[in-house]
Design a protein around this ligand. Structure first.
Ligand SMILES: Cc1ncc(COP(=O)(O)O)c(C=O)c1O
Length: 427
C-alpha cells in the first residue's frame, strides 16, 4: 500500500521493494511530499529502484515471487514479513502506481484495481452488507447507476438517488442504516458540481463515509480528501492514463480503510490491476497536470463557442460563468476539466436526437467513442450509449435528453475542433 505522499517505504506491505538497493531508497528518503508541488509528485513520487538503478520505473511482469526458504514463504503468506508474494495483491510496479497516485491525491493509502468499476465495486463490497443503505448522487456514470440499482439491490444493499447539488435532499435521504455517500463531481455527463465539504459534513453527521469519484478532474484539478471526503475512487482508464490505452482503477483513503477493508477484498476476490497497466499509468501520471491544464483551457474555449451558437440550447462546463455551480467549482477545482456537454435544439425528442446524431456523424477530427480523458477528442451521445441501459425515467430525472452530446476535449487545436463541430451544427 502506498504511504502518505508515496515517497518513502510505507508501513503497509505492498510498497516495500525487497531487492531495491540502499541507494535507491535513500534517493527517495529526503523528498518530503508535503513540500513538493503536484508536477514534481506526478513525475517522481513512488519511484523505487532495483539494484540495476533503472531511471524509468521497471515493469515486473511476474505472477509470483520466490522465497529463500519455506520459512520465509510462510512469513510472507502470514503477512508478518514485508515483501512480495503473488501479483493478485502485491507487485512492485503496481505498488509504485499506488504510491504515486496516493501522493497526488494527498491520501494515506491506495489500492489499485483493474478498472474504475472494480474500484467502486471494491469499496461497496468491502464496507457494506445486506441491509445497509447507500445515498448516491443521481447524475452518475451509467454503469455505476446500474451497479447500485440492479446488482447491489440483489444482495440487499439499497440505494437512494439524490440531486447532487441539493443539500436538503442528501440530509433527507439518510436512514439509520446509511453507511456510504457516493458522489461523482463533476458528474457524467452534465458536469454538475457537488459541494464536497458540505456533503462530507452531512455524511459524517449521519455516521457515514463520503466516497468521491474524481474521474473528471483527476487529482491535478481537485483533491477531494482536502475538502473532507473519506474515500476517492478513480477510473484510471481516463485522465490518469490520458491516452486511451489501458483500463485501471484505484481506491484511496486512510491506511486503516485501505489495509483493513479494501486490501483483504482485492486480495481474495482479485479485481487486480496488472503490472503492465500499472506501468502505463505511471507514465500517464508524469504528464497529468500538464494535460489537465490544456484540456481545461480548450474545453472552456469550446464551451464559450458553443454557448454562442444558435443551434445549441444549453452548454454545461464548470468553468462557464453560466454554470449553476460555478462558484462551488471555483472553490474546489483548479480548472473546469475536459468535459463539455451541450444540448441541441429540436421541437421533439426525435428531432433532438436527429440533430445530435447529425453533429456527431459529420465530425472528422473527433472520435465517435464512449471513452473520455484522451489526447484525442471524443464525442458521445449519452442517451443511447453510456446511459443506454439506464431507464428513460432515470435518464429524465438525471437531465439526460435525446439532444445531449458529450465532448471530452482532447489536445488538438481548438480551431480544428470548432470547425469539426460546425459542419453538423450548421444543419
Ligand atoms: C465517472 C466515471 N466513473 C467510473 C467509470 C468506470 O471506469 P472504467 O471504465 O475504468 O471501469 C467511468 C467510465 O467512463 C466514468 O466516466
Amino acid at each position: 500500500m502506498a504511504g502518505a505522499g508515496g515517497l518513502r517505504a510505507p508501513a503497509g506491505r505492498t510498497t516495500s521493494h525487497p531487492r531495491g538497493s540502499d541507494r535507491a531508497n535513500s534517493m527517495n528518503e529526503p523528498l518530503n511530499p508535503d513540500s513538493l508541488g503536484i508536477d514534481t509528485l506526478g513525475v517522481r513520487a513512488g519511484t523505487l529502484r532495483s539494484e540495476f538503478m533503472e531511471h524509468s520505473e521497471a515493469m515486473y511482469l511476474t505472477s509470483s515471487f520466490c522465497f529463500k526458504s519455506a520459512a520465509e514463504a510462510a512469513e510472507r503468506f502470514a503477512n508478518s514479513e514485508e515483501g512480495f508474494t503473488y501479483s493478485r495483491f502485491t507487485n512492485p510496479t503496481v505498488s509504485m502506481f499506488q504510491s504515486r497516485l496516493a501522493a497526488l491525491e494527498g491520501a494515506q493509502a491506495c489500492m489499485a484495481t483493474a478498472s474504475g468499476m472494480s474500484a467502486i465495486l471494491s469499496v461497496v463490497l468491502s464496507s457494506m452488507q445486506a441491509g445497509d443503505h447507500l445515498v448516491s448522487s443521481r447524475s452518475i456514470f451509467g454503469s455505476t447507476m446500474t451497479l447500485f440499482s440492479n446488482i447491489f439491490a440483489k444482495f440487499g444493499v439499497e440505494t437512494t438517488f439524490v440531486d447532487a447539488t441539493d443539500l436538503n435532499a442528501w440530509r433527507a435521504a439518510v436512514k439509520p442504516t446509511t453507511k456510504l455517500f457516493f458522489v461523482e463531481t463533476p458528474s457524467n455527463p452534465l458536469t454538475e458540481v457537488a459541494d464536497i465539504a458540505a456533503v462530507a459534513d452531512i455524511a459524517h453527521n449521519a455516521g457515514a463515509l463520503l466516497v468521491v469519484d474524481n474521474c473528471f478532474c483527476s487529482p491535478a484539478l481537485q483533491q477531494p480528501i482536502k475538502f473532507g471526503a473519506d474515500i476517492v475512487v478513480h477510473s484510471a482508464t481516463k485522465h490518469i492514463d490520458g491516452q486511451g490505452r489501458v483500463l485501471g482503477g484505484a481506491v484511496l483513503g486512510t491506511h486503516d480503510f485501505i489495509m483493513g477493508k479494501v486490501f483483504p477484498l482485492v486480495r481474495t476476490a482479485g479485481p487486480t490491476l496488472s503490472a503492465f497497466n500499472a506501468w502505463v499509468l505511471l507514465k500517464g501520471m508524469e504528464t497529468l497536470s500538464l494535460r489537465m491544464e490544456r484540456h481545461s483551457a480548450s474545453a472552456l474555449a469550446l464551451a464559450e463557442f458553443l454557448e454562442s451558437h444558435p443551434a445549441v440550447a444549453r452548454v454545461y462546463h464548470p468553468a462557464l460563468k453560466s454554470h449553476p455551480q460555478y462558484e462551488v467549482a471555483k472553490r474546489q477545482q483548479s480548472g473546469g476539466g475536459a468535459i463539455v456537454s451541450f444540448e441541441l435544439k429540436g421541437d421533439t425528442p426525435a428531432q433532438q436526437r436527429a440533430n445530435a446524431w447529425r453533429v456527431i456523424d459529420r465530425t472528422k477530427v473527433c472520435s465517435i467513442t464512449g471513452n473520455l480523458g484522451d489526447t484525442r477528442t471524443t464525442i458521445t451521445h449519452p442517451y443511447t450509449t453510456t446511459h443506454g441501459r439506464v431507464s428513460p425515467e432515470a435518464k429524465a430525472a438525471a437531465g439526460i435528453g435525446e439532444g445531449l452530446i458529450r465532448l471530452a476535449v482532447g489536445l488538438e487545436s481548438v480551431e480544428d475542433l470548432k470547425a469539426d463541430l460546425l459542419r453538423g451544427l450548421q444543419g
